[in-house]
Design a protein around this ligand. Sequence first.
Ligand code: BV8
Length: 260
Amino acid sequence: MEQQARETYRALAERLLSAGSVCVLTGAGVSKESGVPTFREADGLWNKFRPEELANVEAFIRNPERVWEWYTWRRDLMSKVSPNPGHIALAELEQLLKSFTLVTQNIDNLHREAGSSDVVELHGNIQRNKCQDCKSLFLPDDPRAAMQFREGELPGCPDCGKGLLRPDVVWFGEMLPEAEIQRAWSEAEQCEIFLSVGTSAAVYPAAALPQIAKAAGAYLVEINPDRTDLTPLADVHLAEPSGVALPAIVQAIQTLDPEN
Ligand code: BV8
């Protein structure tokens, strides 16, 4: 790593070690190095499928089979991938820093699988199903509820006996889970350093979080090989893949504080 980059990581590591609280927002870019497609890049999901046709309630009511097919394909794909060095570095930062909050837009469960113990999932988790009517939740090992969609057999809710089951993810036009968005909002407002990692910062209200942090005086770091609408606001833009930048940050912290 060349001298200037080394200096950038050392300075950032010093800030992180002395910060009272750190908040991180991750997006699909963090999981790309695990083999999970992003949404808005050239090879992204939204270039093959239209979100209006798949990731919203109207689409589900209009054509539940089509939506179930798409989520079954994504669930199968996500069940076969593993956390990458970026996920693992975030789990290490949770241990290395005084106060660390991980907020994610991702539904792939990879942060938990990497060892992050406290993950604020703004957009739900593809491993859970919920009833479209009574909102009962069903975990993968719940014998009562078919987790998978079988051709022509839409999973129905065993609790209310009326509603259709659907993946427990937040679709466009749906409110985010109250507790999660409240927690993310308050962490963004009071953190000293906010890291926006692997997100195009295009979808609200998640995309408002780095802006709120910056407006409240936080030092804003963006980790993304590309520029985004957030880049002009960032104090530092590490134009690197998260699987490179995040382990480099952990290494710089461990060099500064070997006891850690
Ligand atoms: C809501 C879960 C109240 C499901 C998702 C007009 C203006 C402002 C807002 C709106 C508007 N009209 C409607 C809205 C609200 C809407 C919205 O924001 N729309 C946008 C498109 C304008 N939001 C909502 O509807 C939200 N609910 O607001 O409720 C309400 C109700 C009614 C009407 C109005 C308001 C709900 C949004 C949640 C949608 N669910 N996902 C599923 O996954 O199937 S969205 C999905 O896309 C993700 O969860 C994520 O949140 C979002 C953005 O994706 P990213 O994660 O950022 O991924 P993306 O591909 O875009 O970018 C990846 C980045 O990584 C790139 O920059 C790339 O360069 C980078 N990268 C690539 N490789 C790497 C990398 N970075 C690091 N390392 C690498 N190796």
